[in-house]
Each structure stands twice: as C-alpha cells, then as structure tokens.
Design a protein around this ligand. Sequence first.
Ligand SMILES: *Cc1c(COP(=O)(O)O)cnc(C)c1O
Length: 454
Amino acid sequence: MTHKNDFSRRKFLSAVAATSFAAAVSQSFPTYGKLGNTSGKLAALGGSPIRTNKAIGPKWPYVNEKMVENIVSTTKSGIWSRIQKKGGNVDTFETEFAALIGANHSVGTGSGTQALSTCVEALGIGPGDEVITSPYTDMGTISSILTSRALPVMVDLDPDSYQLDPDEIEKRINKNTKAIMPVHIMGMPANMERIKAIAKKHNLRVIEDSCQAPFSRYQGKAIGTIGDLGCFSFQASKAIACGEGGAVVGNDTALMDQCFTVQNRGASKEGRNETIGPKYRMNEFEAAILLGQLPSAKERFEIRNKNADYINAQLKGFPGLVPQKRYEGTESASYYHYALTYHKEHFDGADRSKFLKAVNAEGIGFGSYIRKGLHREPWIQHILGLDGFKTMYSEARLKEYQEGMNLPNCDRICDETLVSIWGSGTLLGSKNDMDDIVNAIMKVYDNRAQLKSL
Ligand SMILES: *Cc1c(COP(=O)(O)O)cnc(C)c1O
C-alpha cells in the first residue's frame, strides 16, 4: 500500500535548476516550497504516511544456509577453539578476510574493540602516551586506548564529514603523542591523505578504526590497509556480522605477528610466552558464521553503494539535507549509516527533532545516531579520579587533558545537525524503498510549515 508519488522528482530537479541562480544571489531558497503539488498533511499530524511497512531491506543480520551448515558441522566436529586444529575456521577466515580486504595478513579477535586494543598494545603504547582520535565514535575506540592506560586525546571534527579534522590533529600533537586513530565513521573514508602526511611528519603510527568500513576504498586502496594497522568489527549490527567478533589487518609481517601474540595472551605462534596480552581469540563458531557470509559480502557492499548513490543523486542540489562529505579520492563506502547534515534554515527553522519526528511518522527510520560526543560522557571523571591515573599522570597534565575537551563541531553534529539511517540492512532495500526515503524527506520539506505544530 504505497502512497502515490505526489512529489515529482522531475519537478523538483527543474525547480532546483530554475532557482539556483536566484538562490545564489539571494542566499536563500524561498522558491523551494513552491513545487506544485505540495498539498498533504504530515503523517505526524494525522495525514497518511508515505510508508506503512516501516522496515526497509531484508531481515538483519544476514543469514544463509551455508552459515547454518558451518555452525552445525563445527558443533559436531568438537573443534571449537582455534588451538585444537591447524587450518580450522579461524585460520581459514584470517586467510580469506585478508585476501578480500587486500592486506597481507589478518588476525581474528573476539570484537572490534579487542582488535583495536590488540593494536595499541602491539605498538607498545601505554602509560604516559597519547593517541589522537575522534570523540564521535563507538566507546570501543576510546576503550582500546584506556585499556593500555594511555590517554585518548579527542579532537574536533570536520562539520561536514563528521571525521577527524586534520588541522585539529596537528594542534594537539606533543612529545607524548604516539599514534593517530582515525575513525572512518559511517564507513566513509576519513581524510587519510592528510592524516598519513601528518603521521609521517611527526613520526606517529596510524591505527585505522575501520570497524564500520569493510571494503571502503580511497585513492586506490582499501580502508584498513592505509595506516600501519586496520581494525574491523563483526558485531551483530555491522555489515559483516557474527554476533561479536573482530579482526586486525596489516601488511607488516613482524607487526602482525606481534598482534597475534598480544591477542593470544602473550604467547607467540610458536608457543613462546613473550609479552603482556589479554586473551582476545576469535573462536571457531564465530569464524564459522563469518566464513559462510564472506563470499557474498562484497555483493551486499555494492548494493549499498548503488542505493546510496541513487539517494545522493535524487537529493543533488537540495540544500536542506546534504549527504556526508566525501574526501577527494573516496571511491566507495560501507555505509554503516547513511548520514546527512540537516540545515534547519531550509526547514523554516524547525529543529532537527521536529524533522525526525515528522520523517519517522512517514515511515522512514531516520535518527540522530550518536547522541553525545565521548568527551561528554562520565568515563573522563572516572579515570581522572583513579589512583592509577593519578600515579601515571601529573595533576597538571590531567587538568590540561580535561581542559582540552572543548569540541564545538562535534557538539553541533550531535545536538543539531546530523541525521542518519542505519545502512547495513536498510541500504539493501529495493529502488522503491529508496524512493520512499527520498519522498518522505521531500514530503516533510514541502510541508515544512507544519513542523511548528509538532
Ligand atoms: C562497532 C565499533 C567499534 C567496536 O567494535 P565492537 O565489535 O562492538 O567491539 C569500534 N569503533 C567503531 C567505529 C565501531 O563502529
């Protein structure tokens, strides 16, 4: 039961063309509201919704018969831990995943957080050291640094890409800085060209938090293979999922051997007990689920890209919602979320919350994703009060650390501007589903005068 398309795309596009000159001159878009048939009542105010069947895309997480077979055969085999057999599921997964991503090596772990933590520890980063990263991420990013008792230094974002702003990174580098941990947020590549150049200049390591970005490509390379090490998550909501799981990828054999040793509670592949390390091993069941879905994972990635490109094309020139900025050389993205910047001045000044309420009532599940940057969460007070941190870091340094948490662009993204729709499943929908997304946006836009009544 689809609501007929009231909002002629052709009309919209020609309106864009006709008004763009005047708009550029007047710096406002008053004519956008006059797109012909804009009659209609927002569903939030009792009108009929664009879509009544809210879920878009197939059931998630992705399941196929091969995954089920793998679980059954693994269960029956009694080989449940990777140390029971050479060439078992985890070993095979590591070989296949490295090949799929285009890295020389891969090490499986029990989560993305564990993968990141493995990298921090393997690079010898610890008390007294600083790692520069984003405040706009999963807590696992920050946690991986804190677990080694180093300081996660969060810097402000590019307001249009929601990624680390390279200029802000440079400002915060000091003699304690050991690494940069860029987060490819939403699966969109961060500005790796600048980040790599900064790392080279200051002799820093780069750990890519690619947890949301399997298969994303940038300047001819796969995300996760551009820095020293890259990390992936296979948590249930991610594009490749096994419940909880993760992997490190890298090209440097010695460093990747060190990653293996760290995640194997300090024991090397040869069985020598060499270093400090937690036990972060992926188990054979996790790898069984992953092996069943890897052969078709890239197909799903391509569909998400096709669908995102389609929505982008439909919204081209629309000033009210602008898709996440792509840095030069971005070839594709994993779209963990499909995100846009909301410009309320083009919605009669209605706050984002009203737009979200309206578009959700139309049957499209946009949200605001991360509600608060991690610089505004209570863990900071917690670590500043810990005896261990007070022993490792001087009072002056902890004070300075706390004072560096002024990140206005991140705050604005969280509080006012970012809207997104979860991509892993949603962007696997049909073209009609994508049209519903665009039509719901445009219905709210055309009827924006009603937003003040919400
Ligand atoms: C999911 C995620 C993590 C953590 O991965 P887990 O597997 O949940 O531990 C880290 N960083 C980012 C950007 C993520 O999206």
